[in-house]
Write a protein that binds this ligand. Sequence first.
Ligand SMILES: [Zn+2]
Length: 150
Amino acid sequence: MEQYIVSARKYRPSTFASVVGQPALTSTLKNAIATDRLAHAYLFCGSRGVGKTSCARIFAKTINCENPGPDGEACNCCNSCNDFNEGRSLNIVELDAASHNGVDDIRAMIEQVQLPPTRGRYRVFIIDEVHMLSNQAFNAFLKTLEEPPS
Ligand SMILES: [Zn+2]
């Protein structure tokens, strides 16, 4: 039986090169990776469909790739890339703030932030629809956002 995958996931770009219309952003992110100058937090803003979540996921995968290519792209064949592409990477946690916008959701995530990566270099937390967080959730998150563990 063919596995059903929603089109938004099936056709989501999986490399920086396949992101359409965002060359300034993708080259900035690739340069940050190439020069090993990563900030501890990034905010992707823009209207619907421009590729915010896609770029965040590609960035998360690329900084954990074991054999990044000379073009700054993830190899898509190492253990870390495979785990990520199959949606079972422990290093990348996604929180959908549209449906999990409470202070308890953020506290649960903050607890996870304290754990170092099991494999690979970085743990990445992607908070989708972050503007939907409640005020209390934002306040609870602020300290961790400003001063995360290494
Ligand atoms: Zn890889």
